[in-house]
Every structure is written in structure tokens, then in C-alpha cells.
Design a protein around this ligand. Structure first.
Ligand SMILES: *[C@@H]1O[C@H](CO)[C@@H](O)[C@H](O)[C@H]1NC(C)=O
Ligand SMILES: *[C@@H]1O[C@H](CO)[C@@H](O)[C@H](O)[C@H]1NC(C)=O
Ligand SMILES: *[C@@H]1O[C@H](CO)[C@@H](O)[C@H](O)[C@H]1NC(C)=O
Length: 347
């Protein structure tokens, strides 16, 4: 099948899905469970003694359901996972597990929960540096979550929620940007490639842990182009590669190749597990490099709609909200890319 033909099929399938959501008024999956770092944290860090938090203005400035009040999301508006939840037809965002709503009412957990914590990584040591919630403890919270859901919905419903929900895992960036690149001891002990190998062990352990607790539909995000993050450009200097730090982008690509291989190995062990690696590297790289106005492609229509003539060389300003995190507009583009990549998770 040609790329164009494949595209037509995919778009047709999406329309069928969308129509089905509308007609039945029902979501494509019963819930969404979210694990990882600040790219997907929806407020857990508000409850921690950490400096890595986003519970003050202007964070949340454009978040619709709180009318611009900060929620703890590291963004001006919605995260890619929020748009994904919208795309799946769910009517509420999974609450931050440590937040007040989730802690005071077990019914708020019936469509999933968000266990993510800014500055967490595949290494528990990365989270420890910033008093964030390590992935191992996020898994413990998920175990506790299952008990709570069972208590309000019954074991059968809790089991269905567990096996049919989509699990999103976003981690790894903090292990590099907030640990490896700033920790001379780690940098002396491992080359970037060896460090990627080191991270594959906790990655595999975490996915196996989710599987052991009943997860069957898991999407893991790749690393973004770390060299294009504004913080990296400031710290390490942009150079000639479109304003991005080439060395760090190379590290992202090495990690992503290993992540694919490690995911393959896990899939071979569990024929009933759907495990997708979401490529966020290429969508974000394209956005930060060639978000020129007037070419009619999807990213430009979203990002260049404010009379921004001549911003081609400067689109980064629209892609990243702060040093590390995409804007609401970029997250919408990302979520649409993830929906296409994740079709097998909802089939
Ligand atoms: C939530 O569920 C847990 C576990 O079953 C239970 O101990 C707790 O009392 C429940 N909390 C509320 C507020 O219902
Ligand atoms: C990045 O990778 C490319 C292709 O593998 C290589 O040619 C280039 O030298 C690398 N750049 C750096 C700074 O490591
Ligand atoms: C982008 O534009 C802003 C102001 O519009 C300017 O301050 C900044 O230097 C520009 N950046 C680049 C890379 O041209």
C-alpha cells in the first residue's frame, strides 16, 4: 500500500471512530492511566515538598476548565495527554492521584488516574534528586488505586478498567537533562549510549510491573529531541543545527532505538500485550524546525494563526512554553500524531 493510500484508510477509520463516539455517546476505552514525568503530571507535585512544580501563574493560563487557574500542569494549557483523553471520548481528565479530589472520593477514580510526577525518570535516583515520585512508587500507588476502585465498583469492573484502559508512560528526559547532563559522576561513568542501556533495565521492569498488575494497552513516549528544548539551547548552545544541540538530539535518537528494541523484547514475551512506542521525537523536531507559516500543513495552521508573518526562523517560541515543555498548541499537534500511532491500542 502506498503511503497516500494508507493515509486515506487511517483517516477513514478515524472518522468511523469519531462518529461512533458521537452516536453512542461513549468513549473508546473505559479509562486512561498516566505515569511518568512533568510532561504528563497533572498536579501530583503540588502535594510534594519539591521545587519542581507548576502551581503558580502563568502556568495554566489557557487551561479551559479552571478558567486559567494553575493546576500543576507544566504548560500554558492542555497537555498532550489531555488532548488524547479528549480524542478518546472520555468526559473527564484522570485526576492527579495525590490531589484532593482523588484522595477524598474513590468514585473520581472510575475512569483512571494520573500518577505522574515532574522530574521523575526511569531511574529512581533521578526522582530522588528532586523529591519527586519515582516510577516504582507510582506503581505502588496504582496497586492501591486498584483496591480503591474495587471497593466502589466491584472486582469485575475494576478488572475491566485495568485491562481495557490505555496506559501512557512518559519518562527518560529527566534522566538526561536533570541528571546525566548535570551530574559529572554519571557522565564519567557512562557514555550516552551506555547510559541509554542503563535506562532500559528500569524501563523493562516498569512495563513488566504494569503488565503484572493487569495493564494490556500501553503507549510509551519516545524521548523528544532533547537538543531542541530551549533549556538545552541555553545551557549548551544551539550551533548550526537549526538552533538545536546536535549532540543531545543524537542521544535522544540512540535512546529511542534502544527503546524500540526493548519494547520488541517485551512484546515477544506477552502475546496479549499491546505495547506501542509513541514517536514524539519527529513531530516535535519538525515543529521546532520548520513551523513556517503558509505551507498549509497541520502544524502551521495551529501554530501560525496570529498574523505571525515571518516567524519561520522563530517558531520555537510557539512550540515551547518554558525551557522544557511544549505549548498547548504543540500538544494538540502531538496528540493528533499519537492518535494515529496508537490506533492498535483502541482496536
Ligand atoms: C477508598 O477505598 C479505600 C480502599 O478500599 C478505603 O479504605 C477508603 O476508605 C475509601 N475512601 C473513601 C473516601 O471512600
Ligand atoms: C550526530 O550523529 C550524526 C549521524 O549519526 C553524526 O554524523 C554527527 O557527527 C553526530 N554529532 C555529534 C555532535 O555527535
Ligand atoms: C525570536 O523573536 C523574538 C522576539 O520576537 C526575539 O527576541 C528572539 O531573539 C528571536 N529568536 C531568534 C532565534 O531569532
Amino acid at each position: 500500500m502506498t503511503t497516500a493510500a494508507a493515509w486515506v484508510v487511517v483517516v477513514a477509520m478515524l472518522h468511523v471512530s469519531a462518529a461512533w463516539v458521537g452516536a453512542a455517546g461513549q468513549a473508546l476505552v473505559p479509562g486512561v492511566m498516566i505515569f511518568g514525568d512533568s510532561v504528563v503530571d497533572a498536579g501530583n507535585n503540588n502535594r510534594l515538598p519539591t521545587l519542581v512544580r507548576a502551581d503558580f501563574p502563568p502556568y495554566g493560563r489557557d487551561f479551559p476548565s479552571t478558567h486559567g487557574a494553575p493546576t500543576g500542569r507544566f504548560c500554558n494549557g492542555k497537555l498532550a495527554t489531555d488532548y488524547t483523553v479528549d480524542n478518546l471520548g472520555l468526559s473527564t481528565y484522570p485526576p492527579a492521584y495525590l490531589g484532593q479530589e482523588a484522595q477524598s472520593d474513590n468514585h473520581s477514580l472510575l475512569h483512571g488516574a494520573n500518577f505522574a510526577s515532574g522530574a521523575s525518570g526511569y531511574l529512581d535516583a533521578t526522582a530522588a534528586l528532586y523529591s519527586a515520585i519515582p516510577l516504582s512508587r507510582q506503581l505502588d500507588y496504582f496497586r492501591e488505586f486498584k483496591t480503591k476502585v474495587g471497593s466502589v465498583a466491584g472486582g469485575k469492573k475494576a478488572a475491566a478498567l485495568t485491562s481495557e484502559s490505555i496506559y501512557v508512560v512518559s519518562a527518560g528526559t529527566s534522566d538526561y537533562v536533570q541528571n546525566y547532563y548535570v551530574n559529572p559522576m554519571l557522565a564519567a561513568a557512562y557514555t550516552p549510549e551506555q547510559f541509554a542501556d542503563v535506562l532500559m533495565q528500569p524501563f523493562t521492569t516498569f512495563i513488566q510491573g504494569l503488565y503484572g498488575l493487569g495493564a494490556r494497552r500501553i503507549g510509551v513516549t519516545s524521548l523528544p529531541p532533547m537538543g531542541c528544548l530551549p533549556a538545552s539551547v541555553t545551557l549548551f548552545g544551539g550551533g548550526s543545527n537549526g538552533g538545536c544541540v546536535e549532540r543531545l538530539n543524537n542521544d535522544s535518537r540512540i535512546f529511542n532505538t534502544k527503546l524500540e528494541a526493548a519494547s520488541d523484547a517485551i512484546r515477544k514475551q506477552h502475546s496479549d500485550l499491546k505495547l506501542v512506542v509513541f514517536d514524539i521525537y519527529n513531530p516535535l523536531f519538525d515543529l521546532s524546525r520548520r513551523a513556517c507559516c503558509g505551507t498549509g500543513t497541520i502544524e502551521t495552521s495551529v501554530l501560525c494563526n496570529q498574523g505571525a508573518v515571518g516567524t519561520c526562523a522563530n517558531a520555537t517560541g510557539y512550540v515551547f512554553w518554558d525551557g522544557f515543555h511544549p505549548t498547548d498548541a504543540a500538544n494538540k499537534v502531538l496528540a493528533d500524531a499519537l492518535l494515529l500511532q496508537g490506533l492498535q491500542l483502541i482496536s
